[in-house]
Design a binder for this molecule. Structure first.
Ligand SMILES: Cc1cc2nc3c(=O)[nH]c(=O)nc-3n(C[C@H](O)[C@H](O)[C@H](O)COP(=O)(O)OP(=O)(O)OC[C@H]3O[C@@H](n4cnc5c(N)ncnc54)[C@H](O)[C@@H]3O)c2cc1C
Length: 352
């Protein structure tokens, strides 16, 4: 039985490794544009050199899994078409192409490998005293601003969001903002409207000089599902049934950021359990048993504030916020454990 996995991020790598473990006789091929597994949760570290954030796929994927370097142009009707024109036939496929960024012109995005590399080079070239602006008040923006401020105390770092640290409980919100201020990050609670001529323009009409403006927001998904004629939601994410199969093509499981699973947010903590559940459903189908519905289950979300501080926000299973939050060493440990856990799951196929 031929299984093609499209994308070797958290969801795709886990799906490939778990399929080999759980689906007897499956021949698995993974298609990915790069020869590395990119730890996206560490891209903000990559830009200042506190993490590599890339691991060769050969050390992530189990023996016997074939890797094809390339980008999938189309999926459906039992075949994927690659950008070099070649075609791979499949009995089942996993669509795991993740999410992307839609950077404002004049900014450099942190949320993709290519963007992070560009940001790394630009930061390295900045002389002391330069102004760095991070646009995005969510987790990616906060982590980026803090990481840059800690690693380069010679720079003037500011973060722009409306408001910064949105999406956390009252207590965690305060803790994150105090942590940013301790690192010397200036907080601007306003939306940015444009970046031109080295200035960031704000909704109020004011503008701020910025030598480097980083885009710290992850949004949107690759248009592969839509382009292939699969049913998608308004954001382009593949619509799935409760068993995580495309509603348009039941041979295609969609998992991770690119799947429209009700209640799921873009997260490694979403991608790995979905991929595990989808593979388990494939194993059930192959064994002649009915698939089981996937249920979203969250525990917490956490943001790092440089390498020595973090804030953890506890959540209910449906990801709504609990009042409880944590900081200090327990939060740093929680976040590091989650980051390592995501990669461990991808490498071993263990998750859920
Ligand atoms: C700076 C930063 C910090 C983050 N921190 C956290 C965190 O602390 N906790 C958390 O849970 N989440 C975090 N996230 C979000 C998390 O990284 C994503 O939600 C997660 O990577 C999603 O996993 P995925 O497998 O769906 O997609 P990805 O990890 O993005 O993998 C998708 C893969 O598909 C490949 N691909 C794309 N298009 C094609 C194509 N056409 N053909 C073949 N391959 C293709 C890509 O190259 C990539 O390898 C963070 C993100 C960023 C940017």
């Amino acid at each position: 039985m031929k299984v093609v996995v499209i994308g070797a991020g958290y969801a795709g790598s886990l799906a490939a490794n778990r399929t080999v473990r759980k689906v007897r006789g499956a021949e698995v091929t993974v298609v990915n544009p790069r020869p590395d597994f990119v730890e996206r949760v560490r891209l903000h570290q990559r830009i200042v050199g506190t993490a590599r954030a890339a691991t060769p796929l050969e050390s992530m994927l189990k023996a016997g899994i074939e890797v094809r370097l390339g980008s999938v142009e189309k999926v459906g009707n039992g075949a994927v078409v690659l950008d070099d024109g070649s075609v791979l036939l499949f009995d089942y496929a996993f669509l795991a192409v993740g999410s992307t960024v839609r950077p404002m012109p004049g900014t450099v995005p942190v949320g993709t490998w290519e963007g992070a590399e560009q940001a790394r080079a630009a930061l390295a070239a900045l002389p002391a005293g330069s102004a760095v602006t991070v646009i995005g008040g969510g987790a990616t923006g906060v982590e980026t601003a803090a990481e840059v401020a800690e690693a380069r105390p010679d720079l003037r770092v500011r973060i722009i969001g409306s408001p910064v640290a949105d999406g956390f409980s009252h207590r965690a919100f305060d803790r994150i903002r105090r942590g940013l201020e301790r690192l010397g990050v200036a907080i601007v609670d306003e939306g940015a409207t444009a970046v031109t001529g080295g200035r960031v323009h704000l909704r109020s009409g004011a503008s701020l000089a910025s030598d480097l403006t980083l885009w710290g927001i992850v949004s949107g998904v690759p248009d592969l599902a839509a382009r292939s004629g699969l049913d998608v939601d308004a954001d382009g994410r593949a619509l799935v049934d409760p068993a995580l199969r495309s509603v348009a093509d039941p041979r295609v499981f969609a998992v991770g950021d690119c799947a429209a699973v009700p209640g799921a947010r873009f997260a490694c903590a979403t991608a790995t359990p979905q991929a595990a559940a989808a593979v388990d459903n494939l194993a059930r189908l192959v064994a002649g048993r009915p698939p089981e519905p996937f249920a979203v289950r969250y525990l917490a979300r956490a943001v790092t504030l440089g390498r020595r501080a973090a804030v953890g926000q506890l959540t209910h299973r449906d990801d709504s916020l609990r009042r409880a939050s944590m900081s200090g060493r327990p939060a740093v440990a929680l976040k590091e454990l989650a980051s390592r856990g995501g990669k461990f799951g991808a490498r071993t196929g263990i998750g859920g």
